[in-house]
Ligand binder design. Sequence first.
Ligand SMILES: Cc1cc2nc3c(=O)[nH]c(=O)nc-3n(C[C@H](O)[C@H](O)[C@H](O)COP(=O)(O)OP(=O)(O)OC[C@H]3O[C@@H](n4cnc5c(N)ncnc54)[C@H](O)[C@@H]3O)c2cc1C
Length: 528
Amino acid sequence: MATNYDAIIIGAGHNGLVTAAYLAKAGYRVLVLERRDLVGGCCVTEELWPGFKVSTAAYVNSLLRPEIIRDLDLKSYGFEMLPRSPSSFTPYQDGRYLMMGPDQQMTLKEIAKFSTRDAENYPKYEAMLTRVADFLEPMLVQTPPDPFSNRIGDLWKVAKTGWGFRGLGRDVATDAVEIMTGAAKPILDRWFESDELKATIATDAVIGAFAPPSHPGTAYVLFHHVMGECNGVRGVWGYVRGGMGTISNSIASAAKKHGAEIRTKAEVGRILVKGGAVVGVALKDGTEFRAPRVVSGADANVTFVKLMEAKELPPDFLAAVKRIDYASATVKINVAVSEPPQFKCLPGQGIGPQHHGTMHVCPSMDYIERAYDDAKYGKTATNPMLECTMATALDSTLAPPGQHILSMFIQYAPYELKGTTWDVERDKFADRCFDILEEYAPGFKASVLHRMVIAPPDMERLWGITGGNIMQGAMNLSSMASFRPVAGYANYRTPVRGLYMCGAATHPGGGVMGACGLNAAREILRDG
Ligand SMILES: Cc1cc2nc3c(=O)[nH]c(=O)nc-3n(C[C@H](O)[C@H](O)[C@H](O)COP(=O)(O)OP(=O)(O)OC[C@H]3O[C@@H](n4cnc5c(N)ncnc54)[C@H](O)[C@@H]3O)c2cc1C
């Protein structure tokens, strides 16, 4: 039976939930439809094995916008950040290690073990990033202007951005352009001499991207990862008590408190359009819901290619959607272990500082480049880059006493394999990743109780993200800001009247930020 709402949101990803909460708070009758049996999309906690509560996809937070935490009073619904200090630990086979984190004195002492020059440069490098961030960060919660439109509002915003850019001065502006368009490697090469330090920093430049640090666009990915904050401290990443699902659940609770209705196991099969305007949606089972506004939190391919008919969209728009880059080379392995991995270079028992942050297996810049080279030719990396985190080091609510969850985020392993399939390779690749970690932390393999291996096609199946791309589309300059999801439609509106986008496919892109959902809600309310 058709029911009437003011707005229907497709997908209860955290962005869809943010849009739902703001619209409901403004008095709209809102319905959220989610295909899975839980809310959160890629930001969830799931009890994969009895007693083990796992952040199945996203595993650390920093980007969630402080205004959303405040406006929706998320702390009153259980949202709590657990800052990581140290935040990063990189072991080496020669017995050394590099530990880094928000404690600057500790970090500089650690860097000096590898290069005193780099220890001197590191605060200057951070200051440069901060100056650029001060300019770019406010744009995260602004609607990008369309530089090619003649609308006064767009022209004004372009002029304002240009003026602000000019105000940076020649030096900072040059840094900003390089960060927005360039590769991470030459920037790191200029600032630092230690390969160990550069490789550890470079992991943030390639995370989720099918590109090595030498590729243009990776400097922005690096920067994207330093723009957040944890409890008010910029650049610090933390775990969320109860797992990442606490973020989505707390936003869902706020949305419900303001009157939004959320239905799970409700997969939208079709967006209904009449006379160039959206009129509602039909679920896969045929149930129809009517509303003058439909807001999609799914990616652009799902929204426009899967849920709509080509004749409902302008051909040039559809062609632009089909050009979006959904390449992915990321694998996630969720592991339950009976004890923390103990590293040869820092032997110990129980939990030590090395377990608080991301434990990298990424000894050099060439290691990352070679891992990429394999994937470039359709193979899983022979020596993949591993990023391991153990949220149970700071959050005892996630696993039975004494036991732990290890999240392994791995690159590179492409969606499309040449001459083989993921059904053949999935476990072989996971075994290889385990062998590599075992070389650094003997005994790790014997500690494994359970594992869940998620290859790019599994991500597509589980979370509905095209190509398994964790950002709902590549994050390079040609698909950012005014060009995200496609040029001319970066203001959360689409060619169909009443149909909006609100997920990571829109500006400012992927990550658990909520900014896409917040910006979309503002534009929808502006249209009235
Ligand atoms: C493995 C992995 C690790 C990551 N790690 C991190 C991290 O540590 N930190 C971080 O900040 N970011 C991380 N990210 C990125 C981040 O999780 C995503 O960019 C972000 O969660 C996207 O949120 P969203 O709401 O825009 O979209 P999504 O989370 O993709 O939500 C879209 C929702 O729409 C639903 N949907 C799709 N089609 C339909 C339909 N037809 N009908 C109904 N519902 C539908 C989906 O089921 C989903 O719930 C990671 C992502 C992945 C996949």
